[in-house]
Ligand binder design. Structure first.
Ligand SMILES: Cc1cc2nc3c(=O)[nH]c(=O)nc-3n(C[C@H](O)[C@H](O)[C@H](O)COP(=O)(O)O)c2cc1C
Length: 123
């Protein structure tokens, strides 16, 4: 399962291409099973408030974070929401994607997803 947040549609576009189980993060939503988080980056490298609130409730189940940003913000701020979440929750930063990304980004996500949830099944 991928839990995602998208404001201007880039993350939503990628989710539609991946064809993996996914739910949009809505206010009050919690998840009680392992998932990957996919978020965009907000103002100057910030985690979107909705994503912060969601992680406060469900973060212990998060197995990795994928982030979309815009590389025009420069190295320090590009996708910095993903760096912050990975650090705070001690989880892998699976992929940092520039806007809608490219085919190799989608492959990397699929590959991690399969590896991650195969492991979960084996325990
Ligand atoms: C107000 C605003 C602030 C942003 N700040 C950052 C930022 O600090 N770093 C970054 O990498 N991208 C930043 N972005 C770019 C978005 O994270 C990027 O376009 C992302 O693909 C948006 O995903 P979405 O279309 O699913 O909402 C910002 C975009 C907006 C509109």
């Amino acid at each position: 399962m991928i839990a995602y947040a998208s404001r201007t549609g880039n993350v939503r576009f990628i989710i539609s291409r991946l064809q993996l189980p996914a739910v949009e993060i809505e206010e009050g939503r919690t998840i009680g099973e392992p998932f990957l988080l996919f978020t965009y980056t907000d103002n100057l490298g910030e985690i979107p408030p909705r994503v912060k609130a969601f992680m406060a409730g469900s973060g212990t189940y998060c197995r990795g974070v994928i982030v979309s940003g815009n590389s025009n913000f420069g190295h320090r701020l590009f996708g910095a929401a993903g760096d912050a979440i990975a650090r705070q929750w001690q989880i892998p930063l699976v992929r940092k994607i520039d806007m809608r990304g490219f085919a190799d980004d989608y492959e990397a996500i699929r590959s991690y997803y399969e590896q991650c949830f195969r492991k979960e099944l084996v325990g």
